[in-house]
Design a protein around this ligand. Structure first.
Ligand code: NAD
Length: 492
């Protein structure tokens, strides 16, 4: 039996790794390639075939052709195939986790738990939702016999970022597929490998040709071609607000509805009655999770002034003790950033923030790890300053927290809401009614209590403002977003 590492090596070692359109593995119309680097080492991980507008066009055509028969299958039939896809992910969990952790730089154990096993659970969740939601509802109106049916939309496009590509592909495609849609995924150029491996598993369990198509490629070519394609029926974009705006505008040009899951600048409000050391530890671990490249994580820490100094000391203690290292080092808590470009972006923000008044309480930044000199590492940074500073306002996407003291609830709520983002915040207190009252006043899609980064299937997750629109992910509502209503009525 092949070990997970050698299975991952074999998959990554294809030269080039092809992509999947209409049930065929292809090197694309123009034979272009992209060199994908391993963040922990900065060395070549794989050479992949890269698609462009022609390949996206082929993928959309294949998805269109496959749509009628996939939609006509019974829900139970599709649900069985989705459970088999989840079975295959679980069977090959170590291989997929190895691929994802090498591709993103995140610790292997984190990739296994979140990107692989939690993704398999997500497929099962949406399979069960589809199995239980009645696609037909009688409508009670006087003098008319009426019903509303919920039908698959057709071809759904997905544009995925690099920070959690495997799980984001599943969060998007599982509800769409369960509802009878076919899909075209534009995988991220920096980390496309898990999307391709997921596709291989879907093929192996018998999901028919054309139902799932995955094309990795650059945003300006393949991404733009998918966003502006006239023959898609829906597009789901996960990524930065700047690109999201371009995608939404391109889709609107064809009246294609869009779902936007964008960035964040989450606040954590820490009340004076907490266990200070434990809360500082949890928030420190939240900000180094995935090397700080998590859209919803807590990057602004608002701490009541009576415990501020104690909290800052405890946080610095924790942040300086996290083990920074390679994706496959079992002790690693903080892995490398995705690319040198991302590392430079973080460095640039740190410079701008400090040039305009922020102070570094913990002065980390780009650094080298012994034996991994080519890796894209950044050690944790803790900044402070006023709420208007660029580092308190913009998404940095690195292991950087910005801490500020507050006096009372009104003060904390005002600082937390002083953001154009609206993804996720948290409130930390032993007084739960008080925590709930504050949580309810935060302007975002998610308010968590005594935890940050809370994900569960059935728990709606989405953003407002610059963090997105379109209903979010991971709930029954998400499944319904991939269906179009049809009202049938007859006057009596
Ligand atoms: P990005 O916007 O640069 O790229 C996202 C995707 O869009 C990539 O696949 C890219 O190739 C593609 N793209 C780029 N230009 C395009 C164009 N002109 N037309 C169409 N597609 C194009 O984002 P990123 O740097 O890959 O990811 C990080 C961002 O994603 C952060 O802002 C993060 O907060 C956000 N994010 C949000 C969520 C969420 O659930 N809200 C989850 C993960 C990441």
């Amino acid at each position: 039996m092949t070990s997970p590492t050698s299975a991952a090596d074999a998959f990554l070692g294809q030269d080039p790794v092809p992509f999947y359109v209409d049930g065929q593995w292809t090197t694309g119309k123009h034979g272009n390639t992209i060199e994908v680097l391993r963040p922990s080492t900065g060395k070549l991980l794989a050479t992949i075939s890269s698609g462009d507008a022609d390949d996206i066009d082929n993928a959309v055509r294949a998805a269109r052709q496959a749509f009628p028969s996939w939609a006509a299958r019974s829900t139970r039939d599709r649900v069985v195939l989705l459970h088999r896809w989840a079975d295959a992910i679980e069977k090959h969990q170590d291989t997929l986790a190895t691929i994802e952790s090498r591709d993103i730089g995140k610790p292997l154990a984190e990739a296994l738990e979140f990107d692989v096993l939690f993704s398999a659970e997500g497929i099962r969740y949406f399979a069960d939702v589809a199995d239980h939601v009645d696609p037909r509802e009688l409508v009670a109106v006087r003098g008319i016999e009426a019903e509303q049916r919920f039908l698959p939309r057709g071809v759904c496009g997905f544009i995925i970022p690099w920070n959690a590509p495997g799980s984001l592909m599943v969060w998007g495609t599982a509800p769409a597929l369960a509802g009878g849609n076919t899909v075209v995924v534009k995988a991220p150029e920096l980390a496309p490998m898990s999307c391709l491996f997921l596709c291989k598993l879907a093929e192996e369990v018998g999901i028919p040709a054309g139902v799932i198509n995955v094309v990795p490629g650059f945003g300006e070519t393949a991404g733009a071609a998918l966003a502006g394609h006239p023959d898609i029926d829906y597009i789901s974009f996960t990524g930065s607000p700047r690109t999201g705006m371009q995608v939404a505008i391109a889709a609107a040009g064809n009246f294609v509805p869009s779902k936007m899951e964008l960035g964040g600048k989450g606040a954590a409000i820490v009340m004076p009655d907490v266990d200070v050391a434990a809360t500082a530890e949890k928030l420190s671990l939240a900000v180094v999770r995935n090397a700080g490249q998590t859209c919803c994580t807590a990057t602004r820490w608002l701490v009541q002034e009576s415990i501020y100094d104690e909290f800052v000391d405890a946080a610095i203690n924790k942040l300086t003790s996290v083990h920074m290292g390679a994706d496959d080092d079992p002790n690693t808590v903080l892995g490398a950033l995705i690319s040198n470009g991302q590392r430079k972006r973080v460095e640039h923000y740190l410079q701008r923030g400090q040039d305009t008044g922020a102070t570094a309480l913990l002065d980390g930044g780009p650094t080298a790890v012994q034996g991994l000199e080519g890796g894209f590492f950044v050690s944790p940074v803790l900044l402070t300053g006023d709420t208007t500073n660029v580092c308190a306002q913009e998404e940095i996407f690195g292991p950087v927290a910005y801490v500020m003291p507050f006096k009372n609830d009104d003060d904390a709520i005002a600082i937390a809401n002083d953001s154009r983002y609206g993804l996720a915040n948290s409130v930390w207190s032993q007084d739960l009614p008080h925590a709930r009252a504050v949580a309810a006043q935060l302007h975002a899609g998610n308010s968590w209590i005594n935890a940050h980064n809370v994900f569960a299937y059935g728990l709606p997750y989405g953003g407002i403002g610059m963090s997105g629109w379109g209903g979010g992910v991971n709930s029954v509502k998400t499944y319904l977003d991939y269906l179009r209503p049809l009202t049938i009525a007859r006057p009596l």
